[in-house]
Ligand binder design. Structure first.
Ligand SMILES: [Zn+2]
Ligand SMILES: [Zn+2]
Length: 108
């Protein structure tokens, strides 16, 4: 029992020493990813070319009337991956890359 406790303390110690690997997207970079109100027109003209009309974070459809956020730094520039705003905001809380193409959206 004592041995287990010692081990637990050791694990705890080292886990606290781990460098922080999570790099959230900073506010300035997030501002470069515009939010848009998704219209029927957007859904019609973009759904075939971008993400197949699906948000790759929650895997649900991008429906008209929802607020989306666009990754502006995907390559090539003609490809701008679109996600639900809430989904992408959550995603950028734990990372700074586009969920699809893994291009960093950080400007710094
Ligand atoms: Zn989503
Ligand atoms: Zn992308």
């Amino acid at each position: 029992m004592e041995e287990e406790l010692r081990l637990l303390e050791e694990i705890l110690y080292y886990s606290q020493q781990e460098p922080k690997r999570i790099t959230r997207l900073d506010a300035a970079s997030l501002k470069q990813c515009p939010t848009i109100y998704w219209t029927d027109e957007d859904a019609a003209c973009r759904s075939n070319s971008i993400n197949d009309g699906v948000c790759f974070v929650c895997l649900e459809e991008l429906n008209p009337g929802q607020i989306m956020r666009i990754c502006r730094r995907c390559k090539p520039a003609t490809v701008q991956h679109v996600f639900h705003k809430d989904c992408l905001d959550w995603w950028f809380d734990i990372g700074s890359q586009c969920p699809i193409c893994k291009i960093s959206q950080s400007i710094s």
